[in-house]
Write a protein that binds this ligand. Structure first.
Ligand code: BTN
Length: 266
């Protein structure tokens, strides 16, 4: 395969202290998420990163599959062990999505935004998505595994139909994009924000500035199978969305699947 990811080359060029220092690169894996969860349970150190060129059982949110042609995408899962309470776990995905947005801007000049809570969009088209799995022991997080799938060198016609409307960095720029450069920028951005968070910074203000969802009419399915409709007004420090309903109530939604009313965003 041309331009494949190489563990030795990545390690030589890493500028991070923790993120990606313990690294696995697989040609084929069922899912980087499944592998990273296994490693996290075996006490893998913080910053452990699992990458794959191809996944046979890629996992998406809400039980969906994640499809990506071999060698086309950034498919990764990162083990984090933050000093956070379980209700604050979404802060880790805020950090990863912000770092992803920064990396695609720096490396390719593409402007992306977040669709609450876990999608990365370019002008409404899905460029990628995050999937977090959390393990808690009482009031402390034991680990969070943040999975990220980013469409990099997919041709427009190979974009997964289920993800529609979707896009890739190649489709946006018309150029081949180096996944290595993208990953190095991404890990640097994650670590910078993660260190700041450990020193007391909260990522939600920066995240709020990069949300495509605010001010939009939304329809949110909650975990309790309830559907809330209204206008997305704000997000709070733990990543919950505040929705103003037609009746004027302000409802707090912690996680769900947002569609622009009547227009599923994918
Ligand atoms: C979504 O549904 O939008 C989130 C998709 C997350 C996919 C990534 S690809 C790398 C990692 N491994 C998986 O099996 N899933 C995540």
């Amino acid at each position: 395969m041309k331009h494949e990811l190489c563990a030795a080359a990545l390690k030589r060029r890493l500028t991070t202290r923790v993120m990606g220092r313990n690294l696995e690169v697989h040609r084929v894996l069922d899912s980087t998420q499944t592998r990273a969860l296994h490693l996290a349970r075996q006490s893998a150190p913080e910053g452990t990163l699992v990458l794959a060129e191809e996944q046979t059982q890629g996992r998406g949110r809400l039980g969906r599959r994640w499809h990506a042609p071999p060698g086309s995408s950034l498919l990764m899962s990162l083990v984090l062990r933050p000093e956070l309470a379980p209700r604050q776990a979404l802060r880790t995905s805020m950090i990863v999505s912000l770092a992803a947005i920064e990396a695609v801007a720096r490396v390719c000049g593409v402007v992306a935004l977040v669709k609450w809570p876990n999608d990365i969009l370019v002008e409404g088209r899905k460029l990628g998505g995050l999937l977090s799995v959390v393990s808690a022991r009482g009031e402390r997080l034991e680990y969070v595994v943040v999975g990220l799938g980013l469409n990099v060198n997919l041709d427009a016609e190979r974009l997964p139909p289920l993800m529609s409307p979707a896009t890739s960095l190649r489709a946006e720029t018309g150029k081949y994009v180096s996944r290595t450069e993208l990953l190095l920028a991404l890990l640097k951005g994650i670590e910078a924000r993660y260190d700041r968070m450990a020193a007391g910074w909260q990522p939600h203000e920066e995240w709020r500035r990069h949300l495509a969802t605010l001010g939009q009419p939304v329809r949110v399915g909650t975990r309790r199978e309830e559907v809330i409709e209204g206008v997305a007004e704000s997000v709070d420090q733990d990543g919950a969305l505040w929705v103003r309903t037609e009746g004027g109530d302000l409802r707090r939604v912690l996680a769900g699947d947002v569609t622009l009313r009547g227009h599923p965003l994918g």
